[in-house]
Structure formats: structure tokens, C-alpha cells
Ligand binder design. Structure first.
Ligand SMILES: Cc1cc2nc3c(=O)[nH]c(=O)nc-3n(C[C@H](O)[C@H](O)[C@H](O)COP(=O)(O)OP(=O)(O)OC[C@H]3O[C@@H](n4cnc5c(N)ncnc54)[C@H](O)[C@@H]3O)c2cc1C
Length: 371
């Protein structure tokens, strides 16, 4: 079946960059923790910085609740009830590009029917079961076995491949859950909080259209602005792969315009799995809102590859310490624990090897006993 894929990490960064260039303020690691409703309108939104203890408040004209699987939780803060179907799905990341294009099984949507080549890996998906909450992302061993069994019927090489990582997510579905549930979306309002718009349902493929409909509604409510034009303009800087040298062309493909801020004369590689340069990490840290090792990983891919950061996280941390004052141990432990969750569901030799590697790292760097 004809299909395509995108890099969700780059897509998010491109959206943020575009929003910033249009005047938006982006607050990384901040949560909405409460809303005050007065006279049928949200008059105050409480925000907490999850990495610090700082709290602040925003006095809004309009509030857009685009919290995905958490849309009901956020709406509830303003006393609005949105019934959503939550559906858990598991994915498996395999080492190496086992196919050169998306392979999708030609049958009605089902479990384990897609293999997507992604950078240095191949992602296998998906499964579907009712989820108890947006946090219910646990991947069962049966999910992993099913994904390998079903996708290897299309790509036999997957049977002998190394699994790098598993992960789960929760689909936000309007109404009920499951494969048959509608993937349509709706913008929901409530008389009790008339300046709150909740955008619920949809898919990633419909996200731009969802944003267009919401942006037009917001402009209508504010009585300003021309209609949305994002369907006419390419998102963010063009990632055209042009450059005066092979490294520059590669960086331009990866980062678009931001590539010009990366010093290509420093060719030291910091992450050998994903061939990330030390200078890429430096440039990302200079941009300001990458506060954790996972933030750096999502922007550069350092730590996302075969070794899952066990070989490069200390080097990335060293660059972080050069760039700013941080407490290194909590950052490292937080990162390694999160990576560990992704491979801990593997079994057999692979799990044994992963645990050995982890203990070696902890022993060499004196992290034993740290929980
Ligand atoms: C296994 C699986 C496979 C999928 N496959 C596909 C596919 O093939 N094609 C496709 O088009 N779609 C697919 N989807 C659906 C797609 O991933 C979602 O529709 C999409 O990610 C929703 O994006 P979003 O930005 O609306 O929500 P999210 O990506 O969930 O983002 C919501 C954000 O809100 C934040 N948030 C929550 N609460 C708060 C709060 N109180 N304060 C501040 N922030 C908050 C969350 O941290 C999160 O970052 C899949 C989903 C899953 C789980």
C-alpha cells in the first residue's frame, strides 16, 4: 500500500520555530495545572515549571486546549467534560533500515501491519487496546512478539534483528476506542467557559488542518487577522540538502536554516550510532530551550541509536557542563532510566546484555547505588 512517513521530532521543532518567528513564546517543560473560571470565561491559567518550583499565571483572552490524550483532563480544570476514547498502541524500534520505504500490509487496518524505515532504524507498528488513562503506555511482551511475528511475514529479515527499544502511546479518539473508531476531530466549546476551545480526536496526518480550523476560530473570537495560510506556505526553513560540502548538505537536510549556526570545522563525532557532531550539540544548547539530555536527543538524535545513549550520554553531558551550570548526576540518571525503560521489555540475551552494559557504565562512572 502506498504510504509515507515524517520525522515527528523535526516536525515539532519546525512548528515551534515557525511559531516563535510569528511572535509566540514557547515554555518548555511547563504544565497547565489549573484554570479559574469567572462569569463563564477562563480568567486565569496556572502554569508550573516542572523542572523548577516556579509557578506563574497567564490572563488569557482565548485558551486553546490541544493536549492530545490529556484533552479531557485539561478541559476538566475549567469544569468542562469531554468524553474521549483512549486507545493504547505499542511500537518496536529495530536496528538498521530493514526496508527503504514504508511497507504496509494490504488488509483492513490490523495489529502489526506496518514497517517504517526511520533514520538508522526501522519502526514496527502498531497494536490497539483500550487504555485506562493517557499515562497507560505500558508495552506488554505479547505486543512485542505480535509485532515481530506479523511484520516479519512481510520482511523476514526482522526475525533476526536486534530490537533497540519499545514504546507505547495513547491515541486520543472521539467517542469510543479501537481500530474501528473514528479518526475525525472536533473543536469543542462549553457555555461554562466560552473562551476555551478544546480540539479533540484526529491524527497526526490531520494536525495542520486541525490547527487551521482552530486558528480561524481564535481569529474570529478576537475579531482580528486574515484567514489561515499555512496550507500555502512550507513549514519552517527548507531542508533542501544544499550546501558547499557533504557535511554541510547533511546538516542542512537535518536542521534546515539552523545548519548555518553549526561549526563544521569541528568534525568530532559525539554519537557514533547516529553520527552526531559535537558542534551540533553545542548549537542546540546555545539555542536555549534544551534543558535535559532527552531535549538534546530529540533535537540532534544523540542517544537515539543502537546504544541508546549508553556510549554518548556522558560526552553530551560534558558539552552541557561547558555551556551552562547544571547538576550533572540527576540529568544523567533521569536520561538513563528513561532509556532503560525502552529496552527493559526485551527478553533473553538482549536484556542480559543491556543490563550488563548498564552496570558497567554505572560502575565505571561511580553511579552504583543511585536509584
Ligand atoms: C501507537 C500510535 C500510533 C499512531 N500512528 C499514527 C499514524 O500512523 N498516523 C497518524 O496520523 N497518527 C497516528 N497516531 C496518532 C497521533 O500520534 C496523534 O493523533 C497525535 O500525536 C496527537 O498530537 P497532539 O499534538 O494533538 O497530541 P500529543 O502529541 O499527545 O501532544 C499533547 C501534548 O500536550 C501536553 N500536555 C498534556 N497535559 C498538559 C498540561 N496540563 N499542560 C501542558 N501540556 C500538557 C503533553 O505533554 C503533550 O506533549 C498514532 C498514535 C499512537 C499512540
Amino acid at each position: 500500500v502506498n504510504d509515507g512517513s515524517i520525522d515527528p521530532f523535526s516536525l515539532v521543532q519546525a512548528n515551534l520555530e515557525d511559531a516563535r518567528s510569528a511572535g509566540a513564546t514557547v515554555l518548555n517543560h511547563c504544565s497547565v495545572t489549573g484554570m479559574t473560571v469567572e462569569g463563564g470565561r477562563v480568567s486565569r491559567v496556572e502554569v508550573r515549571d516542572r523542572r523548577g518550583v516556579l509557578s506563574s499565571a497567564i490572563v488569557p483572552e482565548v485558551v486553546v486546549n490541544a493536549a492530545g490524550s490529556w484533552v479531557s483532563v485539561v478541559a476538566e480544570m475549567a469544569g468542562c467534560h469531554i468524553p474521549m476514547g483512549l486507545d493504547q498502541g505499542s511500537m518496536l524500534v529495530m536496528d538498521g533500515r530493514q526496508c527503504s520505504q514504508v511497507i504496509n500490509r494490504m488488509r483492513p487496518p490490523s495489529n502489526g501491519d506496518i514497517a517504517v524505515p526511520n533514520h538508522t532504524s526501522t519502526i514496527l507498528g502498531t497494536t490497539s487496546r483500550p487504555a485506562g488513562s493517557p499515562e497507560d503506555t505500558t508495552v506488554a511482551i505479547e505486543d512485542i512478539e505480535l509485532l515481530v511475528r506479523e511484520t516479519s511475514a512481510m520482511l523476514p529479515s526482522l526475525r533476526n534483528c536486534r530490537a533497540i527499544r519499545t514504546y507505547g502511546g495513547v491515541r486520543p479518539l472521539l467517542g469510543g476506542g479501537g481500530r474501528e473508531a473514528s479518526r475525525s476531530f472536533a473543536i469543542l466549546t462549553d457555555e461554562g467557559a466560552e473562551n476555551l476551545l478544546s480540539v479533540a480526536g484526529g491524527k497526526l496526518t490531520t494536525y495542520r488542518l486541525m490547527a487551521e480550523k482552530v486558528a480561524d476560530r481564535v481569529c474570529g473570537m478576537l475579531g482580528t487577522g486574515p484567514r489561515c495560510r499555512t496550507h500555502l506556505e512550507p513549514l519552517g526553513p527548507s531542508a533542501d540538502g544544499k550546501g558547499s560540502s557533504i557535511p554541510q548538505a547533511r546538516l542542512r537536510r537535518k536542521y534546515g536554516r539552523m545548519a548555518s549556526s553549526i561549526d563544521t570545522s569541528d568534525a568530532r563525532v559525539i554519537c557514533s550510532c547516529e553520527q552526531v557532531l559535537r558542534s551540533e550539540v553545542k548549537a542546540v544548547l546555545k539555542a536555549g530551550d534544551a534543558l535535559t539530555l532527552a531535549d538534546v536527543m530529540r533535537r540532534t538524535r544523540a542517544g537515539m541509536g543502537y546504544c541508546q545513549g549508553f556510549d554518548c550520554s556522558l560526552s553530551v553531558l560534558e558539552v552541557m557542563l561547558e555551556e551552562r551550570s547544571v547538576d550533572p548526576l540527576p540529568l544523567l540518571m533521569e536520561f538513563l532510566e528513561e532509556r532503560e525503560r525502552g529496552f527493559s521489555q526485551a527478553g533473553g540475551d538482549q536484556l542480559r546484555q543491556g543490563l550488563l552494559r548498564q552496570q558497567v557504565l554505572k560502575g565505571v562512572y561511580g553511579l552504583e547505588g543511585k536509584e
